[in-house]
Design a protein around this ligand. Structure first.
Ligand code: SF4
Ligand code: SF4
Length: 232
């Protein structure tokens, strides 16, 4: 997905992906099934940000099928010529809007992959372009009703374990200060929740679409030590 978005961010007019025939993979991973599902998901995401999904196509063939490869590429090329340049009449948004959409979605790729993991892993070998494996409603809900992780300021003890575990630096961390999750940066991987010591249990997972409470103002982030609380 990352490579496809990168290609469109460089203003290419189409991306063609060639894979091996299904059930002929030399590796136990059967990566071509995964690639197919990933393409079907990415087509819906392209549509969401205003790119005509026909600009992305996957076809399968073997290394011995040169003529078939040429046929697929020629057909794709002809379709792209019909569509014209990216951001033109065949797309629902302008090039500038498309580029902004790509930038926004690219930052969410890890989250998108986590949330669609189960469906991406299924084996299905339909390359018919009319198949809607991921629906528009699913994509809308995926991008607009996100789950969220939240640190309860009353429970956080500033042990910093969450900040150390976060793979994208989304936890604002300072010594002796309540930690804060930057929702715009967070990819919802859940590592911080798993890493918060049980005795603090300060991080919770909020249901999809729930409103995340605002963080405390900067001058009110000093933690209240548990020991001091019990002594008082
Ligand atoms: S869920 Fe936690 S660890 Fe994962 S990205 Fe968000 S803040 Fe970082
Ligand atoms: S791991 Fe838990 S207690 Fe420690 S800083 Fe993060 S939220 Fe606070």
């Amino acid at each position: 997905m990352k490579h496809i978005f990168r290609a469109f961010s460089k203003k290419v007019d189409g991306v063609f992906i060639g894979g091996c025939h299904f059930n002929e993979c030399n590796y136990i991973t059967h990566g071509n099934y995964h690639a197919l599902n990933m393409v079907l998901l990415t087509k819906k995401l392209l549509e969401y940000i205003g790119i005509n999904p026909d600009r992305l196509r996957i076809r399968v063939m073997s290394g011995a099928e040169g003529a078939l490869y040429a046929e697929h590429v020629n057909k794709f090329n002809a379709r792209i010529k019909e569509l014209g340049p990216l951001g033109g009449d065949s797309d629902s948004k302008s090039l500038e809007e498309i580029q902004a959409g790509i930038a926004k979605l690219s930052a969410q790729i890890p989250y998108i992959k986590i949330m669609t993991r189960e469906k991406l892993g299924k084996k299905q070998d339909v390359t018919d372009d009319s198949v809607e494996y991921f629906t528009g409603e699913e994509i809308d809900s995926l991008l607009n009703k996100k789950i969220a992780y939240y640190i309860d300021p009353a429970k956080c003890q500033a042990c910093m374990a969450c900040a150390r575990r976060c793979p994208v630096g989304a936890v604002i961390s300072a010594k002796g200060q309540v930690h804060i999750i930057e929702q715009d940066k967070c990819i919802r991987c859940g590592s911080c929740e798993a890493g918060c010591p049980d005795r603090f249990a300060a991080i919770s997972k909020l249901e999809a679409g729930a409103t995340v409470p605002p963080p405390p103002p900067e001058d009110q982030r000093a933690i209240v030590k548990k020991a001091k609380e019990s002594a008082g």
